[in-house]
Design a protein around this ligand. Sequence first.
Ligand SMILES: [Zn+2]
Length: 215
Amino acid sequence: MLLQAQRQKVIEIALKAQRDKLIPLTMGNFSIRDKDTGYVCITPSGMEYSLLQPADIVIVDLYGTIIDGNRKPSIETQLHCRTYAKRADVFGICHTHSPYATAWACCGKEIPVIVAELAGMIGGPVKCAPYAPMGTIELANIVAEHIGSQNAVLLENHGMLAVGENIDQAYANAVVVEEGAKVTLYAVQIGGMKTITDQECKNLKKQTMESYGQK
Ligand SMILES: [Zn+2]
């Protein structure tokens, strides 16, 4: 089977997102870009995650044309493909409707940086891409444009998208954005929120990239 290990990994991440409550039902989609072939392995549209088998994961090229698989790919396949096309450094994408991040997206507001992890992993405030209907090329283009060089972006009235150098990193970024969105909401309610400066965001990002985790 073409890219079986990558297909299996996509299922593992989708199940983890469901378990961690980053997505209601199957309202999210997950993909890996294979470094050798350049193909994208993406979750199928609207299938129960607990039943997914590697054969259910669809393989498409960067234009979204199906290369292998019998299922209909996620309606957001173009969202993934356009983002990969724009970002040569990205090999994993998680799109979720996690509630706290989506709440910020529904107000069309970026999430300011008040927690150090957000600075370290995302690189600055999580910006909000303007609204476009789900599953459209218009949405794919707007999001690919607005993510810039950062590791996450909000989708107005919709959800969030996180990217990474692999799908584990993209997943970690999705979790950090959701936690950041939650803490920031509480901080706003308490009042007197203090944001981390742009310069300190840069320092924390550099520090995280250089020294966090087991090298
Ligand atoms: Zn969505």
